[in-house]
Design a protein around this ligand. Structure first.
Ligand code: BES
Ligand code: ZN
Ligand code: ZN
Length: 498
């Protein structure tokens, strides 16, 4: 799909459909919608008067232009109540409308600047959100379908029509870079585990390293052993697939500091290991590397947007399998920082591989660390699929990340980290255990991770509930969501300006 910015008049565009918006509380068409309404001899205002167009969020009304405009159709999309409009709602509405039009095989679309000027939204930010909405909403994963054509045509052209072409084109470019990073994440996460092995994940990282000039290092088993990554190796030992530890470095400025380490859980399949999972939903565990994919993708966007910041992505990648040589409940392993861990449940493997990855980030002397992981069912039970669980040792840092997420519509909710929870991960035979008991599972998992951090400002994001979705909605498409790529990119862009 080609996305372009056009300086011009929406009523003069020759295309398959033009999109204009209507607010629930505005009474009559405004802006582009008013211009289209006039050209259509008042068709839109009549529909509003009749109550056919109400302006509820994501309400879609398709009109045929019957020669009154050069475009074949007009779509009026509802954006809800004006004071409640956010750019994320614009992103979602564009995603919905694009899928609706694709379903009708309308493959050329033009839109006005939905949301621009409302609630102080800048044109550039609206254009970026519109671009992201179209690209994210039209995402498909059809790689393994032998029937290559869909039962509709794909959208070929998407034009955003406004006044200042140059600044709009820059905003389109930003949106494109970010949406491509999110869709790249979705591709990796949706990929079945017989394709997306640890080696394949390392190959994907090599590809982006080549494309964007990152330094890349991929550690194999031997090197992990000499670094003392006993927790990661313990998880890997039950699988026929050999593990990888991916280190990808972007240098956006001269100094050699690591301003930020982004650590992502890279379990390419989580069977549970010897504590094997029940059948129901086990296939979803092909997506247990979503955190790892998201930090790699975030790095691509950070580099393409040329953030003056040094960021290193770390991904411990392995399967968690119950092979004959698998680790067993009760085993004790030693992590890279020297701490010993009693493995009381082999299905709590995420925190084990992150123990070594966080230790590695500390060894790099990263100034700040964020880890992203599909870590606990408990987090999904607590927050559902609406927001990501967030945990920290540094309130100012998490405030920044949560704010960056809110700005782009990736919601996060902070959990407590009271000292009192530490008791739940004390072991009888080792320094700590990987199981926190029946209650507060998301928190005790975070408490376990904190054992490998010390004082470095750190946030842990548990995306178990937000990394995939079971339905198309707004700019989300059934399957992997690509959360929290956009929040991470936004945070780094903001921090690099400080
Ligand atoms: N990958 C899972 C967590 C998960 C669950 C992610 C559902 C996405 C959806 C993780 O490795 C796991 O199995 N966690 C266990 C931990 C428990 C054994 C302490 C869990 O949450 O049940
Ligand atoms: Zn598990
Ligand atoms: Zn897991």
């Amino acid at each position: 799909m080609e996305i372009k910015a056009i300086a011009g008049d929406i009523v003069k565009i020759e295309t398959g459909a033009v999109i204009v918006n209507f607010f629930e509380d505005s009474g009559q068409p405004e802006g582009d919608a008013a211009a289209v309404d006039t050209a259509m001899d008042g068709a839109i205002s009549r529909l509003i008067k009749q109550g056919d167009i109400k302006g509820k969020l994501n309400e879609i009304t398709l009109l045929h232009c019957v020669g009154k405009l050069p475009s074949a159709h007009v779509v009026v999309v509802g954006l809800g109540k004006k004071p409640k409009l956010t750019l994320d709602k614009v992103r979602g509405a564009v995603g919905e409308v694009c899928r609706y039009l694709r379903q009708k095989s309308i493959d050329r679309i033009a839109t006005g600047l939905l949301g621009a000027g409302v609630n102080g939204f800048k044109t550039g930010d609206a254009v970026q959100a519109i671009t992201e909405g179209a690209m994210l909403g039209l995402y498909t994963f059809r790689k393994h379908m032998t029937k290559k054509e869909n039962n509709h045509t794909e959208v070929k052209e998407f034009a955003i029509v406004g006044r200042d072409k140059a600044s709009m084109a820059r905003a389109v470019n930003r949106g494109k870079i970010i949406a491509e990073a999110v869709n790249w994440t979705r591709d990796l996460v949706n990929e079945p585990s017989n394709f997306m092995t640890p080696a394949a994940m390392a190959e994907a990282a090599r590809k982006i390293a080549g494309d964007y000039g990152f330094k890349i290092e991929v550690l194999e088993k031997q090197q992990m052993a000499s670094l003392g990554m006993g927790a990661l190796l313990g998880v890997a030992q039950g699988s026929q697939q050999s593990p990888r530890f991916i280190i990808l470095t972007y240098k956006g400025k001269k100094s050699n500091t690591v301003d930020m380490a982004l650590v992502g859980k890279g379990i390419t399949f989580d069977s549970g290991g010897i504590d094997i999972k029940p059948q129901e939903g086990m296939h979803e565990m092909k997506g247990d590397m979503a955190g790892g994919a998201s930090v790699l993708a975030a790095l691509t966007a950070i580099a393409r947007l040329k953030a003056p910041f040094n960021v290193t992505a770390l991904v411990p990648a392995t399967e968690n399998m119950p092979g004959g040589s698998a680790q067993k409940p009760g085993d004790v392993v030693t992590a890279m920082n020297g701490k010993t861990i009693e493995v009381l449940n082999t299905d709590a493997e995420g925190r084990l591989i992150l123990a070594d990855a966080l230790s590695y980030a500390r060894k790099l002397e990263a100034k700040a660390i964020i880890d992203v992981a599909t870590l606990t069912g408990a987090c999904r039970a607590a927050l559902g699929t609406i927001c990501t669980g967030a945990f920290t040792n540094n309130q100012a840092f998490i405030d920044k990340l949560i704010a960056a997420g809110n700005e782009v519509g990736e919601l996060m909710w902070q959990f407590p980290m009271f000292e009192e929870y530490d008791e739940q991960i004390k072991s009888d035979v080792a320094d700590i255990k990987n199981l926190g008991g029946k209650f507060a599972g998301a928190i005790t998992a975070a408490k376990f991770l904190a054992e490998f951090i010390d004082n470095t400002p750190w946030v842990h994001l548990d995306i178990a509930g937000t990394s995939d979705t079971d339905k198309d909605k707004g700019y989300q498409v059934k399957g992997a969501t690509g959360v929290p790529v956009r929040a991470l990119v936004n945070l780094v862009l903001k921090m690099s300006k400080e």
